[in-house]
Design a protein around this ligand. Sequence first.
Ligand code: GRF
Length: 194
Amino acid sequence: MTRKRVAVLISGRGSNMSALIDAARDPAYPAEIVGVLSNKAAAPGLAIAANDGIATASLAQSKFPSRDMFEDTMTQIMESWEVDYVCLAGFMRILGEDFVIRWQGRMINIHPSLLPLYKGLHTHERALADGASVHGCTVHFVTPGLDEGPAIVQAKVPVLAGDTPQSLADRVLIEEHRIYPEALKMLAEGRVTF
Ligand code: GRF
């Protein structure tokens, strides 16, 4: 089996990135994390990946004359890593259409809601404000519309009396760490296509 080569794009702590790295420690897992790219030099996830001997790069969009040039540079870096798939894991930048189309079908994202509910930010606060009884997370293909691409795997969690945005986020995050490696496995094995 040739393992698929995967880049993970992050902006922060990288707990979903770590879940993917951990899953890929199993030689039978069909993908390996070959590089981690951050748009924030201070992202804690970068150090975690580097400690694991994974190639890392950080580049700030503000240092580039345009978003296209920033994204072209990300593509060049990922091509130098010979990446098959891209996993967005808390990458807090809206990506341009050219970049998205270039990777479409090969780029997935984890979102902390049961899409199509609660696209965008502050998903836990909004679920609580609505009095939702069920919440969750979604791994989906990335398409040009924000959080609009087709879902691959979802997981539900109950909303409990007394939940705060943080307690709900913590419950959802456990499921994120479970379904992201599962979705990447399905993709890498060709069991799901765009
Ligand atoms: C996660 O909640 C993920 O669903 C969202 O951003 C957060 C990233 O957390 N897209 P981490 O960096 O993976 O810990």
